[in-house]
Design a protein around this ligand. Structure first.
Ligand code: ATP
Ligand code: MG
Length: 218
C-alpha cells in the first residue's frame, strides 16, 4: 500500500503586510500537524472588509520576500489571478481539481470560526477541507448553536485523522500568541515609527523601497 500523501495547510488573508504573527502560526502548525506544506493565499478582494492598501502585486511580492528561505511555506497566487471577490470555497474547489485526494487543512482563527456559518457555502467548505482553528485564549467556544453542533460532530484531538481522510474534521490548536496586527504596522509606518521585529526585515525593506504605506496612501 502506498503511504497516504500528507495534508496541505492553507492560510488565507489580506497580508497587508505579512508579519511574524502569520509566519510563526504557519510554521508551528506545519510542524505540529506534520503537513506537507502551508500555502499562503493572499486574497484579491476580501469579501467582508474594505480593500487592502497595498496592491495585490505588492502583497504578493511581500509574501515572496517573507518566505524566501523557508521551504515549508509557499505562496498561492490563485485568488489574485482570479480577481473579483475571494471566496474560500472557490479556492478550495480549484485546488481540489489539482490535488484530487490530498487532505486540505484550512487554517482559521477562533474568531473566524464563530462567524464561519455566515461564510459563502460553508457546508461545502467542510466537504473539501478540515478546519484547523487557531486557539486564542481570549475567545470562548460557544456551548449552543450551529458552531457548537459542528464541534460536537467534527472535533478531533488526533492529528493523524487529518491525514487519513481528505476533509471534514475540526482541530483546535494553540500557537504562540503574538499580538501583532497588520493594521498596527500600517499605522506605525504612516506615523514614521519603526515596525522592525514585528515583520521580516526583507518585507520592511520592500515597503520602504516602494513607499507602500506612506501617509499619502492610507
Ligand atoms: P489586519 O490588521 O489588516 O486585519 P491581520 O494582521 O489581521 O491584518 P490578516 O491578513 O487579516 O492579518 O490575517 C490573515 C490570517 O492570519 C487571518 O486568519 C488572521 O486571523 C490570522 N492572523 C492575523 N494576525 C495574527 C497573529 N498575530 N497571530 C496569529 N494569526 C494571525
Ligand atoms: Mg485581520
Amino acid at each position: 500500500m502506498h503511504p497516504k500523501q500528507r495534508a496541505i495547510g492553507i492560510l488565507g488573508g489580506t497580508f497587508d503586510p505579512i508579519h511574524f504573527g502569520h509566519l510563526r502560526t504557519a510554521l508551528e502548525l506545519y510542524q505540529a500537524l506534520d503537513l506537507a506544506e502551508i500555502r499562503l493565499v493572499p486574497c484579491s478582494q476580501p469579501v467582508h472588509r474594505k480593500r487592502p492598501i497595498a496592491s495585490p502585486e505588492q502583497r504578493l511580492a511581500m509574501l515572496k520576500c517573507a518566505i524566501a528561505n523557508e521551504p515549508a511555506l509557499t505562496v498561492d497566487d490563485s485568488e489574485i489571478r482570479r480577481q473579483g471577490p475571494s471566496y474560500t470555497i472557490d479556492t478550495l474547489e480549484n485546488l481540489r481539481l489539482a490535488y484530487s485526494n490530498i487532505p486540505f487543512c484550512l487554517i482559521i482563527g477562533i474568531d473566524a470560526l464563530l462567524g464561519f456559518p455566515s461564510w459563502h457555502r460553508w457546508q461545502a467548505i467542510l466537504e473539501l477541507a478540515h478546519l484547523i482553528v487557531v486557539h486564542r485564549p481570549c475567545y470562548q467556544l460557544p456551548s449552543t448553536g450551529v458552531v457548537a453542533d459542528l464541534l460536537k460532530e467534527r472535533l478531533t484531538h488526533t492529528v493523524a485523522h487529518l491525514h487519513e481522510k481528505p476533509a471534514g474534521s475540526i482541530v483546535l490548536h494553540p500557537v504562540t500568541a503574538l499580538d501583532i496586527s497588520a493594521t498596527d504596522i500600517r499605522k506605525m509606518i504612516a506615523a514614521d515609527k519603526n515596525p522592525r521585529y514585528l515583520l521580516p526585515d526583507t518585507v520592511y525593506d520592500y515597503i520602504q523601497q516602494h513607499g507602500v504605506y506612506s501617509i499619502s496612501r492610507l
